[in-house]
Design a binder for this molecule. Sequence first.
Ligand code: SAH
Length: 223
Amino acid sequence: MSKSRRNYEDSYRHKGLRKQLMDIIREKGISDEAVLAAMNNVPRHFFLDTAMDNIAYEDRAFPIAEGQTISQPYTVAYQTELLQLKPHDKVLEIGTGSMYQASVLAEMGARVYTIERQKVLFDKTKDYFFKQKYPHLKFFYGDGYLGLPTFAPFDKILITAAAPYIPSQLVDQLKVGGKMVVPLDEDDQQRMLRITRNADGTIAEEAFSRFSFVPMLTGKNGN
Ligand code: SAH
C-alpha cells in the first residue's frame, strides 16, 4: 500500500519544472524533438510517490518499490531516441518498473507491450492512470528474457535493465530490419547498444554511451 494516495494533478509548477527538465536534457545532447515533446507531455511525478513531488523533475533515477528504480529522464530520452520510433510501431519493453518509459512510448504513438518480473510492480499496473488515454499500452507479468512470442514480431524492443548478454529469444522476436536497444554489461556499467536484425538472421551492432541500470534478472519474482 502506498504511503499517500496520489492526487493526479498536473499543476503549472509541475509543467514549468518539466519544461526546464526538457531544456536540461536537450543541453545534454538529445535532439529528437518528438521525444522531448512526448516527455514534456507525460507528468513524471504521477509515477512516483507523492513524497517526491518536489524532486520528480530532477534529472535523476529514483527508487520505486522492490528495490527497483525509475530511470533517469536523460536515460529515458536517450533510449527512446535510439529506437527511432515510427507512428504505430509495435514495441516490446522489458522492465515496466514505474510505467514511465512505457507511457512515453505510448505518448509517441507506439503500440506498447511491456513486461515486468516483479509481481508487486506488475500489480500496480492494474490501477494505471492513463488506461483510457493509451489503450495501446499492454502490461504483462513474466520473464523478459522470454519476450512475448505470441505477440511477436516487434518493430522495436527496448530493454530497460542491465543485460548480461543479448537475449537470443528477443532477437528472434524482432522483425527483419527491426531494432533492439539494450544496455549490455561492460565492467561495472552498461554499454548502450542498438541491434538491427538482418534478413539473413545475422545482427548488426552499434555502440553508444555507458549507463548504469539495475540488473536484468531471470525468472519471475512473486506468485
Ligand atoms: N522502464 C522502467 C525502469 C525500471 S528499472 C521505468 O520507466 O520505470 C528495470 C525494471 O526491470 C525493474 O522494474 C525490474 O524489476 C525489471 N526487470 C529486471 N529483469 C527483468 C526481466 N527478466 N523481465 C522483466 N522485467 C525485468
